[in-house]
Design a protein around this ligand. Structure first.
Ligand SMILES: Nc1nc2c(ncn2[C@@H]2O[C@H](COP(=O)(O)OP(=O)(O)O)[C@@H](O)[C@H]2O)c(=O)[nH]1
Ligand SMILES: Nc1ncnc2c1ncn2[C@@H]1O[C@H](COP(=O)(O)OP(=O)(O)O)[C@@H](O)[C@H]1O
Length: 191
């Protein structure tokens, strides 16, 4: 797969604030970004829309696409919960002349960086602490206590991958983190 667009990857433990930062960047027209809509094996949450937040394939549908070699990368992010980037999605956005921005897990993020080393800026969003992650996920009210525990349990291993990323943005003060995100992405796109 080839294309001239750039890839901006945001990875972090769940609750660190990637979605918040990515949404903010998408509002900056001068960055010419488009969001890579991932495929997911899970069902939509309240407020999520098919083809906007994810392509919700269901577990069987997802496995079919794995067999067909349709993914650029995919991961079983949590037990029995698959997420992945479809090749066709990145091709679609490159064809529109866009730089593509991703909200994906740390393993997927590093895999994309390896596949497209020159074209990719891999950003790790670092939460102030694991305890703060738990508080944010509780406040977000989208996950059951069990699912929060599962996400928090994974956070330490994910935090250990931070040094492999090109940039680490600490998301303590959100306003500052947003400004830093714009600055690093702008610089990468202009270079
Ligand atoms: N490898 C990979 N991970 C993804 C992809 N899309 C989403 N994820 C990750 O899957 C995890 C779960 O996403 P989600 O259920 O929306 O939970 P949230 O992070 O708590 O909002 C997050 O860590 C996402 O970054 C993808 O295409 N590939
Ligand atoms: N700097 C911050 N301080 C406090 N709360 C934050 C901050 N950044 C994000 N949040 C909140 O924390 C929760 C998790 O953020 P989200 O962007 O959904 O994370 P992720 O996509 O990494 O799981 C959301 O409810 C969000 O509004």
């Amino acid at each position: 797969m080839e294309g001239s667009g750039k890839l901006i990857v945001f990875s972090a433990p769940s609750g660190a604030g990637k979605t918040t930062l990515v949404r903010h960047l998408l509002k900056q027209d001068e960055l010419n970004l488009a969001f890579s809509i991932s495929a997911a094996s899970r069902s939509p949450r309240a407020g999520e829309t098919e083809g906007i937040d994810y392509y919700f394939l269901g577990i069987e549908g997802f496995k079919k696409r794995i067999k067909a070699n349709d993914f650029l990368e995919f991961e079983e992010v949590y037990k029995d919960q698959f997420y992945g980037t479809l090749k066709a999605e990145v091709e679609r956005l490159w064809a529109l002349g866009k730089n593509v921005i991703f909200d994906i897990d740390v393993v997927g993020g590093l895999r994309l960086k390896k596949k497209f080393p020159e074209q990719t800026l891999a950003i790790f969003v670092k939460p102030p602490s694991i305890n703060e992650l738990q508080i944010r996920l509780k406040n977000r009210k989208t996950e059951s206590a069990e699912k929060i525990a599962m996400r928090v349990a994974k956070a330490s291993t994910e935090m250990a991958t931070a040094p492999q990323f090109d940039v680490i943005i600490k998301n303590d003060d959100l306003k500052r983190a947003k400004a830093e995100a714009i600055e690093v992405v702008k610089k990468f796109i202009q270079d």
